[in-house]
Write a protein that binds this ligand. Structure first.
Ligand code: SF4
Length: 409
C-alpha cells in the first residue's frame, strides 16, 4: 500500500487507509452538513482533510508514519493541480469552470492579470465637509469694523457693559448686568442707562429689589419700555435668584432662561458680559436686521432666534462675542431700521439690500389676533401694549434733525 504513487488511485487508497490504518481517524458517518467542503468536494479534498487531522494525531516518534503521511499529502496536492481527465464523481461539488480546464501556465497568466477592484459603498452618502458661508462676509465685516472704529455709538457708552457698578462685589456686578439687559429690551440705550443710574443709587441688589415695592420700582425704571412688565419680572427673577442660585446669577444658558423675562438673547449676552463665557451669539433686532440685509443667512429669517441659529452655523466662534457689539453700533449709526444710510456705507457695493426702499412700517399692535403660541416674554409685552402707558416726552423735529446722520471719520 505504501508503494502506491499513482494519483488516479488516491481515492481508493484513502478509503483503504481510512478503514485500516491506525494513523487515521474513524470516518464520519451520516449526511455532511451543507458547507462542509471536505465532505462534498471530492476525494482529493477529503483526503487533505483527513491527512491534516491525522497529522495532528500522529505520535511524534513514529517518523516512518509521518513520512508516509507527508508523501500521501503531496500526492493529493499534485492530483489537485493536475488537469484531471477523469470526470467528477457523482457526488462531486461544483461543475468545472474554464479555469479548471486551463493548463497551469495559463492559470498563472490569468492570475497575474487579475485586477482587484473594490465596490463603492453606494448606500452611504459622501460626507460633505464644506460649510456654507456668505461670499463677501470677510470683506463686509472688515468694512463694518472700519465704520465702527470710532466707538461712538450709544452701545459703546451706555450698553450693558457700562451700566454696572465697578466697585460692587462680583455677584452684585453680575446681577446689575442682568438687570440692565432686562431693562434694555425694546428700549434705547440712553433710557436704559438713565434707569440703571437711578436704580443703582437706590440700591441694585437682589435683596434691595425684593424689599422695594412695585410702585417705587416702577418709578425708578420709568420710562423704559414696558416698565410695568419689567417691574414684575425683576421681582420674580430676584426671588428665584435668592431661592435657587444663592443670590447670584446662574452661570449657564439653561439656568438663565429659567428666569422670568430672560430669553436666549439675554442669556447669551449675560454669559458673555457677566461670566466672560461665549455660549452663543446675542442676536437683538439690529443683528437680526443687518444679517438679513447683508445676506449673511442661507435664507431669510423671521425671528432673532432663527437668525442666531443660522449665524452660528457658519460664523467662526471667535467672532461670536464681537459680532453683537459691532452690528448693534452699526445698526444705531448707519444701517438704521428705516432709511439706512447706504450712501455712507462702505458695504454699499456688495450689500444686496443697498439703496432698496425700507419695508413699510408695521401697523401698531392692537389686540392679539393670532392664536399662535408665543414665548412667555412676548405675550406679557403684548398684553402691556394694550394698556395705556405714560409716554416719555416726545423729541421735537428740530432735535431729530440735529441727530448725526453720517459716519464720523
Ligand atoms: S448698504 Fe445699506 S442696507 Fe446694506 S449694510 Fe450698508 S447701510 Fe445697511
Amino acid at each position: 500500500m505504501l508503494g502506491v504513487r499513482c494519483s488516479t488511485r488516491v481515492c481508493y487508497v484513502v478509503r483503504c487507509v481510512t478503514m485500516t490504518s491506525p494513523y487515521f481517524m474513524p470516518s464520519r458517518s451520516g449526511i455532511s452538513p451543507p458547507g462542509d467542503q471536505d465532505a462534498v468536494c471530492g476525494p482529493a479534498a477529503s483526503l487533505r482533510s483527513k491527512l491534516t487531522n491525522n497529522r495532528r494525531n500522529v505520535e511524534p516518534d513514529s517518523s516512518g508514519a509521518v513520512k508516509e503521511v507527508k508523501e500521501e499529502q503531496e500526492e493529493a496536492r499534485i492530483s489537485e493541480q493536475r488537469p484531471s481527465s477523469a470526470p467528477l464523481s457523482p457526488g462531486g461539488c461544483h461543475p468545472k469552470t474554464e479555469a479548471d480546464t486551463l493548463p497551469l501556465s495559463s492559470q498563472s497568466r490569468r492570475r497575474r492579470q487579475l485586477k482587484v477592484e473594490y465596490e463603492e459603498d453606494e448606500g452611504v452618502p459622501a460626507v460633505k465637509t464644506e460649510l456654507w458661508e456668505p461670499p463677501d462676509w470677510k470683506k463686509q465685516l472688515g468694512y463694518i469694523r472700519e465704520m465702527r472704529s470710532g466707538r461712538d455709538a450709544p452701545v459703546d457708552k451706555m450698553g450693558a457693559e457700562k451700566c454696572y457698578d465697578t466697585e460692587a462685589p462680583a455677584h452684585v456686578r453680575r446681577f446689575q448686568v442682568l438687570v440692565s439687559l432686562m431693562l434694555s429690551s425694546q428700549t434705547k440705550d440712553q433710557v436704559t442707562a438713565a434707569a440703571m443710574q437711578k436704580l443703582r443709587a437706590h440700591g441694585c441688589t437682589v435683596e434691595k429689589i425684593l424689599t422695594t415695592d412695585d410702585e417705587t420700582l416702577g418709578k425708578l425704571i420709568y420710562p423704559v419700555g414696558f416698565w410695568r412688565t419689567k417691574v414684575k419680572y425683576l421681582k420674580l427673577t430676584s426671588a428665584l435668584l435668592q431661592k435657587e442660585f444663592g443670590g447670584d446669577v446662574p452661570d449657564s444658558v439653561e439656568g438663565l432662561v429659567r428666569l422670568p423675562g430672560v430669553g436666549p438673547k439675554m442669556a447669551h449676552l449675560a454669559m458673555d458680559i457677566a461670566w466672560d463665557q461665549v455660549s452663543g451669539i446675542g442676536v437683538d433686532t439690529h443683528v437680526h436686521r443687518i444679517s438679513n440685509r447683508l445676506g449673511w443667512l442661507k435664507k431669510p429669517t423671521k425671528t432673532p432666534e432663527e437668525t442666531r441659529r443660522a449665524l452660528e452655523e457658519w460664523l467662526p466662534r471667535d467672532l461670536w462675542s464681537e459680532i453683537n457689539w459691532l452690528l448693534v453700533g452699526f445698526g444705531q449709526q448707519v444701517c438704521l431700521p428705516v432709511n439706512p444710510l447706504c450712501s455712507a456705507c462702505l458695504n454699499q457695493h456688495s450689500c444686496p439690500s443697498a439703496h432698496k426702499p425700507s419695508p413699510p412700517k408695521r401697523p401698531k399692535a392692537g389686540p392679539p389676533r393670532s392664536p399662535k403660541p408665543e414665548p412667555k416674554q412676548e405675550v406679557a409685552v403684548k398684553q402691556e401694549r394694550t394698556k395705556k402707558e405714560p409716554r416719555p416726552t416726545p423729541v421735537s423735529p428740530a432735535a431729530q434733525r440735529r441727530r448725526p446722520r453720517s459716519l464720523k471719520s
